[in-house]
Design a protein around this ligand. Structure first.
Ligand code: GTP
Length: 643
C-alpha cells in the first residue's frame, strides 16, 4: 500500500511523514548514498502483520504533478496536508483537482502545524477544507489536526492510515507487468538500475521485459521493492530493477518510459479519451487545443481534438482524441492529466479508452457505440458491448493487450462470452453468435445474388466478397471463416473464387452464340491441329480477348482443354488422342511409343505433338521415360468413356 502526500509548499508534508514513520530526513539521505535503495522522498512504515506502508513524498511543486501522475495507479491513499496557519492555498486546490482527475478516492486530510492554531482557527480551516473538497473525490473525507512538533494527532492519523490500508487489502496483481520509470542510473558493480511504481502485474528476477516505447529488450537481474532485495515486485510496489541486455544503458532508458511484459509493447500516439476540464479554467477548450499530457511518468506535447461539438466548457467532460507529439506506452483506462503548454497550470484530465483510435473520425452512431463499449471498465462487459458494435468483429488479443489483461483474465472474457474465434497471425478475431449467423446468411445471400447476375462466372472473387460482407473480417480471418463447419457444405472455395456448392456454370446467350461459331472451326479435319486463339479471332473478325475469354470459359465447362497457351482442343479430340496413344502402346512389344509415332498418327507438327504429350504427362495419362512413353491405363477415361 502506498500513501501519497499532497499539499501546498511548506505545509509540513515531509515533517509529517517523518513523524509518522520515524524515518528522518538525514536517514533518507544516507540511504541515498548507499545506492540501490535510493528513493528520494520514500519512507516505509512496517505494519504489525509484516507488510509495509510506503509513503511517496516529493518536495518541490513541479515534480509533484509528475509523481502524482506517475503514481496514479501506485498511490492507494492520498494524504492531503493543509497548514493550520495558511489554510487552503492555490496549490492545495490544484493537488486536490489532480487527485480528483486521477480518481484517487481514498484519502485523509491533515491540518498540519496544529500547534500553531487556536481551536477557532482549526474549525475555520476545517470549514475551508469542506468547501474546497465539496464535489471532489475527497468530499466528506476525514479531517485530522496534527502537529509534527508536539506529536498531537500523529498516532491517530497513523492508526487511520493503517486501518484504511487493511480495509483496502492486497492489490489485484492479475494484470500484466507494467512499471512507470521515474529514474534511470548506473551503479558501480551492478549496472543499469531503473526505479518506478509497478502499475500492474508482477515482475520477478530473471523475467524478460521490454522498454517501451523504444522496444529494447532486457532481463531483470535483481530487484528491490520497499528498499529490500526481493524475488518479486507487485502492483503498487516501489521497485528498483537492475536490467541487463543489448543496448541497455542509463541513457537508453529515460524517465517516462515503461518497463513492461513484452506482450504489451504497442506504442500509440493517437488516443481517444474522456477529458474533464477543471471548473476554474478561464476559457473553453477548442479544436486542436495544445497542451502537455502527463501519463505515468511521461510528459508529452498533445493536441486535443473534440469528438462531439466544437468546444469543451470549464467544469464539463467530453470525449476527445489526443494527438501526441510522439508515441507513448499506455494502457486503456489509464488516467492522465493535461497541463497548459508552459506546464504552469493543470487544465483537466481523465481516462483513456481507445489506444487505437481511427485518424479521421466521422461522428457516426457506430463510432459512438464503439466508444461507449471501450469506456466500460469491466473487461467482460466492455468486450461484450464491443461485439455488438460495428464492425462486429474484434481482435480479442489486441483488446487484452491494450488493457494489460493477464492470459487468464483474457480467457475468462472469452469463456464468459464464447464468441466464434478465428486465430490468425497474432490476432484472435472474435464474433458474437448472432453476428456470426448473420455473416453466414449474408455470405450465402451475396453469392446467390452474384450467381443469378453472373451465371457464366465460376464464382465471386474472394476479396470482393470479403469486403462486401458484415462483419468485414480481416483477410486471414475471412479465409478461416470459409472453412468453418457452418460454411463448408454450402460454400466452396475455388482458387481465388468462392461459389455456392449448388452453383453450376451456364453460358450466357451471347457467349453461346459465339461458341456456336467457334466450335466448328476447331473440329473436323483440323481437329488435331486446331487454329489458335489469334487465328480464330482473325477468321471471325473478333477481338482476340473475346475469343480467349470464351475459350477459358469453355475450358471450365469441360468443352475444350488448353494444351498450350492459347491453343485449345475440343474435348472429343482429346479423347481421340488418348485412344491413339493407347493404341500405339498396345501394338508395341514393350508397351511404349515415341513422339514421332504419335505425330504421324495425328498428322500434326512435331512441336504440337510434343506439347500434347507433355500435357498428357501432366494429366498422368502418359508416363514419360526419356524418348519413350507409356500409357497409364487408369487415366485413359479422363476425356471420355473408353469402349
Ligand atoms: N510549528 C510547526 N511547524 C512545522 C510543523 N511541521 C512542519 N513545520 C515546519 O514547516 C516547514 C515546512 O515543513 P516541511 O515538512 O518541509 O514542508 P513540506 O510540505 O514538506 O515542504 P515542501 O516539500 O517544500 O512542499 C518547516 O520549517 C517545518 O519545520 C508542525 O507541525 N508545527
Amino acid at each position: 500500500m502506498i500513501v501519497g502526500t499532497a499539499g501546498h509548499i511548506d505545509h509540513g508534508k515531509t515533517s509529517l511523514v517523518t513523524a509518522l514513520t520515524g524515518v528522518a530526513g538525514d536517514r533518507l539521505k544516507e540511504e541515498k548514498r548507499r545506492g540501490i535503495t535510493i528513493d528520494l522522498g520514500f519512507a516505509f512504515l512496517p505494519l504489525p502483520d509484516g507488510s509495509t506502508l510506503g509513503f511517496i513524498d516529493v518536495p518541490g511543486h513541479e515534480r509533484f504533478v509528475h509523481t502524482m501522475v506517475a503514481g496514479a495507479s501506485g498511490i492507494d491513499i492520498a494524504l492531503l496536508a493543509v497548514a493550520a496557519d495558511d489554510g487552503v492555498m492555490p496549490q492545495t486546490r490544484e493537488h486536490l483537482a489532480i487527485l480528483d482527475l486521477l480518481q484517487i478516492g481514498r484519502g485523509v486530510i491533515a491540518i498540519t502545524k496544529a500547534d500553531l492554531a487556536t481551536p477557532e482557527r482549526l474549525s475555520e480551516v476545517s470549514a475551508q477544507i469542506r468547501e474546497a473538497t465539496a464535489g471532489t473525490v475527497l468530499d466528506g473525507a476525514e479531517i485530522l489536526p496534527v502537529s509534527s512538533v508536539s506529536g498531537q494527532g500523529v498516532d491517530r492519523l497513523r492508526e487511520w492510515l493503517v486501518a484504511e490500508a487493511k480495509a483496502l487489502g492486497e492489490r489485484a496483481t492479475d494484470g500484466r507487468f507494467r512499471l512507470a520509470v521515474d529514474r534511470s542510473f548506473t551503479l558501480a558493480g551492478i549496472g543499469v538500475v531503473v526505479t518506478g511504481t509497478v502499475l500492474s502485474g508482477v515482475v520477478r528476477v530473471k523475467d524478460q521485459v521490454l522498454v517501451s516505447p523504444s522496444g529494447l529488450s532486457a532481463r531483470v537481474r535483481s530487484l528491490h521493492a520497499q528498499n529490500r532485495e526481493v524475488e518479486a515486485g507487485r502492483a503498487g510496489d516501489r521497485c528498483a530493477l537492475n536490467l541487463a541486455g543489448e543496448g541497455i544503458s542509463k541513457e537508453a532508458i529515460r524517465r517516462g518510459d515503461m518497463v513492461i511484459d513484452p506482450f504489451l509493447h504497442a506504442p500509440t500516439e493517437r488516443i481517444d479519451a474522456r477529458l474533464r476540464l477543471l471548473p476554474g479554467e478561464p476559457k473553453p477548450v477548442g479544436q486542436w487545443f495544445p497542451a502537455r499530457l502527463h501519463h505515468g511518468a511521461t510528459e508529452v506535447g498533445a493536441r486535443v481534438v473534440l469528438l462531439d461539438g466544437e468546444q469543451l466548457l470549464p467544469g464539463h467532460a467530453a470525449d476527445v482524441q489526443l494527438v501526441l507529439d510522439k508515441p507513448i506506452a499506455a494502457a486503456s483506462l489509464d488516467r492522465f492529466v493535461l497541463r497548459d503548454v508552459s506546464a504552469q497550470r493543470t487544465i483537466g484530465g481523465g481516462q483513456f479508452f481507445d489506444l487505437r483510435a481511427p485518424t479521421r473520425q466521422r461522428r457516426t452512431a457506430a463510432r459512438e457505440t464503439q466508444r461507449a463499449a471501450l469506456a466500460l471498465s469491466d473487461p467482460r462487459e466492455a468486450f461484450a458491448a464491443l461485439l455488438d458494435a460495428p464492425p462486429f468483429a474484434w481482435d480479442l488479443a489486441a483488446f487484452a493487450r491494450d488493457r494489460a489483461l493477464s492470459a487468464s483474465k483474457r480467457n475468462e472474457v472469452a469463456d464468459a462470452l464464447s464468441p466464434i474465434l478465428f486465430h490468425a497471425d497474432e490476432q484472435s478475431i472474435a464474433i458474437g453468435h448472432s453476428h456470426w449467423h448473420s455473416f453466414v446468411e449474408g455470405l450465402v445471400e451475396r453469392l446467390d445474388a452474384f450467381h443469378a447476375a453472373n451465371p457464366d462466372l465460376q464464382g465471386m472473387g474472394r476479396e470482393k466478397l470479403r469486403v462486401s460482407l458484415q462483419p468485414k473480417l480481416p483477410p486471414a480471418a475471412f479465409s478461416l471463416a470459409l472453412q468453418h463447419a457452418d460454411v463448408t457444405g454450402r460454400v466452396v472455395r475455388d482458387g481465388a473464387f468462392v461459389r455456392l456448392t449448388s452453383h453450376s456454370l451456364h453460358m450466357s446467350p451471347e457467349r453461346e452464340a459465339l461458341w456456336q461459331r467457334v466450335a466448328p472451326l476447331l473440329g473436323g479435319d483440323v481437329r488435331f491441329r486446331p487454329p489458335r486463339v489469334r487465328d480464330v479471332a482473325g477468321l471471325l473478325a473478333r477481338p482476340e480477348q473475346d475469343i480467349r475469354q470464351l475459350m477459358k470459359f469453355a475450358a471450365r465447362l469441360g468443352l475444350v482443354d488448353e494444351v498450350a497457351h492459347d491453343h485449345f482442343f475440343l474435348r472429343p479430340t482429346m479423347h481421340d488422342m488418348v485412344l491413339i496413344a493407347a493404341d500405339l502402346a498396345a501394338h508395341a512389344a514393350d508397351g511404349s511409343f515415341t513422339a514421332a509415332q504419335f505425330r504421324d498418327r495425328i498428322d500434326s507438327g512435331r512441336k504440337v505433338a510434343i506439347q500434347i504429350l507433355e500435357f498428357f504427362d501432366r494429366q498422368r495419362v502418359t508416363l514419360n521415360r526419356g524418348t519413350l512413353r507409356r500409357v497409364q491405363l487408369q487415366y485413359i477415361d479422363l476425356y471420355g468413356p473408353v469402349p
